[in-house]
Design a protein around this ligand. Structure first.
Ligand SMILES: *[C@@H]1O[C@H](CO)[C@@H](O)[C@H](O)[C@H]1NC(C)=O
Ligand SMILES: *[C@@H]1O[C@H](CO)[C@@H](O)[C@H](O)[C@H]1NC(C)=O
Ligand SMILES: *[C@@H]1O[C@H](CO)[C@@H](O)[C@H](O)[C@H]1NC(C)=O
Length: 670
């Protein structure tokens, strides 16, 4: 256990103990009175749904009918910028869009969801030299949006009734992308701005690292808000996740301890953050050592992790992390005697066009095994091939879901995710727990829930002590490999349908072309293959009305995984996505012949997922040859892809990636 983690645990323990023992504050006694409503009358059953909203990018100086051109960014001059935003351009959101979005959410979603995952970037970009950003404005806008969220999800008594899990994005800090290790003023400010969201006992720790978790379903499900700024390759204020002095290292230690504690409590976890762990040939967003640890952590806690949800990219898509890419040599810097050399990467997302990025993903997916083949093989009694998926539940892989943005780089978009609530019919909700804990500030009425909470923090200590004794020392004494699931535990909620498994999502969009009601005639578009500033598909149009005459603002259904005829997703388990990704990959020219894929499997066997399971018992110097070398070998043996029927699914995926802003014709040209 690191000194930092020990301090953290001590601080939270002391805070809790102090809270339980302290004399009740006068204002809290007053708060006792209105909370006398009986349990049953206030019970709000779970709906099995949550909202994922991301990248609002409100711009206080956005001007309707201004120009979408580079360095003007919808701030002045005359052009096609609509009242609710300039769809398909790189302009930020007018406040009217943020306002109308939250109003729509309040009217249509608020009473149907259990919690909100809000993955950051709530300030404008720095895209206009005449109007540079200032840290005061960024924080003021974040405060404004946080308050708007509180209004949206509060009841008629102004009590927040739906838990909101926020995180900051690379544009919520100043200068953008740079966040120094905490404590610092930025983290201090956000601990205030999100005072209603961050649990009181974690606020102090938040000022050190900017990470925290909320039990969105008390004693059942915790959502972890990860501070991805400390993983982000472009954050020049930090180095890696390897050295104990780095905040990225500390974050993984914190996460390990928390996940272990949740495992002991029989709980599950969702992970969320702003910058996703994207890692393709042309684009790597996280420092490699952070990616390595993340993938290892998710592998070791696969029995409790429900999924990972991220934003930042604006594109609707998903990622699959392959645990066979875990390379202990990269995590063992003592052994290596030097920091791993990470290859220089693309500077900015806009340098590689989004279309090229998606093609890279598709080419990676072309190499995935087909889960259907494996089923057939298995029934024929050929056990060996099973290993390609790591297990019958595809535990070799991990799923990252990336939701498209509200800022209309395409169309503004919202995602409602559904999960299995079987067995949670009587679970108490976050709002109920909040009410109870308010009532129980009085130590004489210490409730079992509070007692439980206290014990669980004590348990943290014990787990850590035990672990220290049992664990075989890794070569790098600072690398604490998390414990794998107990032998014989069933597959986790990301892998096998069960309580809290994500069952599907529904995607909504606002057709700004229709709502803004400014543009007539079709706009031909080649912007998907461009990189750099995007002025949008209406860049050469002028609005038809002198004064904006928008139609009523509405989000509408774009698609749902529950009935999408081409995706055919039974649920959002990893295996379902491996199968979908495999099928999308068939449109790639890098599809390999079956026999080649089989040989590939044999070659990878030694770094299979089972090895990780045994990491405690075996000498952990699994000197892993990175599969990248093998990838290269395979590339020589590429075969021409089966175009045609698979192109249809690829175009369908692209249509969703760009939130239905592009016609099939435009997508074919990509
Ligand atoms: C925000 O939206 C509400 C509801 O649509 C509307 O009544 C209000 O005027 C809007 N406020 C601003 C500042 O746009
Ligand atoms: C939901 O979870 C229950 C209990 O774990 C399980 O029996 C059921 O099959 C799951 N439902 C779906 C639709 O996956
Ligand atoms: C959005 O609205 C425009 C203008 O009415 C229409 O041409 C276009 O087809 C709509 N797009 C979608 C995806 O519905």
């Amino acid at each position: 256990m690191t000194r930092y983690a020990r301090q953290w645990a001590l601080v939270s323990y002391l805070l809790l103990a102090a809270k339980a023992l302290a004399a009740p504050a006068p204002e809290r006694q007053i708060a006792l009175q209105p909370a006398s409503i009986t349990h049953s009358s206030s019970h709000r059953p779970l709906h099995g749904r949550f909202l994922h909203i991301t990248d609002l990018h409100p711009d206080e100086i956005y001007k309707p009918h201004s120009s979408t051109e580079e360095n003007i960014a919808c701030h002045r001059e005359h052009g096609p910028a609509g009242v609710y935003g300039a769809e398909t351009s790189d302009c930020d959101s007018p406040l009217s869009l943020v306002n109308a979005t939250l109003a729509w959410v309040k009217e249509n979603l608020r009473d149907e969801i259990d919690f909100v995952i809000w993955t950051g970037d709530s300030a404008r970009h720095d895209s206009d030299e005449e109007n540079p950003r200032h840290d005061k404005d960024i924080l003021a806008m974040n405060r404004h949006v946080a308050n708007a969220f509180i209004d949206t999800f509060s009841d008629e008594h102004n009590d927040l009734v739906i838990p909101i899990v926020p995180t900051f994005g690379n544009n919520d800090i100043y200068p953008h992308n740079i966040l120094l290790p905490g404590p610092n003023n930025i983290l201090k400010s956000y601990s205030k701005i999100w005072g209603e969201f961050i649990p009181e006992e974690q606020r102090h720790a938040f000022e050190f690292g900017g990470w925290f978790y909320i039990e969105t379903i008390p004693n059942k499900l915790a959502v972890f808000s990860l501070n991805t700024m400390y993983f982000f390759d472009r954050n020049a204020g930090v180095d890696d996740c390897l050295h104990p002095s780095e905040p990225g290292y500390k974050q993984f230690e914190w996460l390990r301890i928390q996940l272990q504690s949740l495992r002991e409590r029989g709980m599950k976890a969702m992970l969320m953050g702003h910058v996703p762990p994207a890692r393709t040939e042309g684009k790597q967003l996280w420092d490699e050592t952070c990616w390595q640890k993340y993938t290892l952590w998710l592998q070791q806690y696969r029995d409790i992790i429900v999924g990972g949800l991220y934003g930042h990219m604006n594109i609707d898509h998903f990622l699959l992390q392959d645990t066979k890419e875990i390379d202990f040599a990269l995590l063992d810097y003592i052994n290596e005697n030097e920091s791993p050399i990470s290859e220089p990467r693309e500077e900015d997302f806009s340098i590689q066009s989004s279309a090229d990025y998606l093609k890279d993903l598709r080419d990676d997916w072309a190499k995935l095994p087909d889960p259907k083949d494996l089923k057939a093989e298995k029934s024929k009694g050929r056990k060996k091939k099973k290993n390609k998926l790591g297990s019958p539940y595809a535990e070799r892989y991990q799923l990252t879901l990336i939701a498209p943005s509200v800022v209309p780089n395409y169309f503004p978009s919202l995602r409602v995710v559904e999960y299995n609530t079987t067995g949670l019919e009587h679970a108490s909700t976050w709002a109920e727990a909040k009410k109870i804990s308010k009532q129980q500030q009085n130590p004489h009425e210490l409730a079992p829930e509070i007692g439980e909470l206290k014990r669980s923090h004590v348990a943290d200590f014990e787990i850590e002590k035990k672990k220290k004794k049992k664990e075989k020392k890794p070569q790098d004494p600072n690398l604490h490999i998390p414990k794998p699931p107990k032998k014989g535990s069933p597959p986790g909620p990301a892998y096998y349908p069960q309580t809290l498994t994500l069952t599907g999502y529904t995607q909504y969009f606002a057709n700004l072309t229709f709502i803004n009601n400014d543009i007539t005639g079709s706009s031909l578009d080649n912007s998907l293959s461009l990189s750099g500033w995007n002025s949008g598909k209406h860049r050469d149009k002028t609005p038809k009305n002198k004064e904006p005459q928008p139609r009523e603002f509405n989000y509408q259904l774009e698609y749902s995984t529950f009935d999408d005829k081409l995706y055919k997703l039974d649920d959002l388990t990893v295996k379902s996505f491996v199968e979908l990704a495999h099928r999308i990959g068939q449109a790639s020219s890098e599809v390999q012949s079956d026999s080649r894929a089989m040989n590939d499997d044999d070659g990878l066997e030694d770094i299979g997922y089972l090895d990780l399971n045994d990491v405690d018992d075996s000498s952990s110097d699994s000197n892993i040859e990175t599969s990248k070398k093998k990838k290269k070998k395979n590339e020589k043996k590429k075969k021409k892809g089966r175009k045609g029927k698979n192109t249809k699914l690829w175009l369908h995926f692209l249509k969703h990636a760009f939130v239905s802003t592009r016609t099939e014709k435009e997508l074919e040209d990509v």
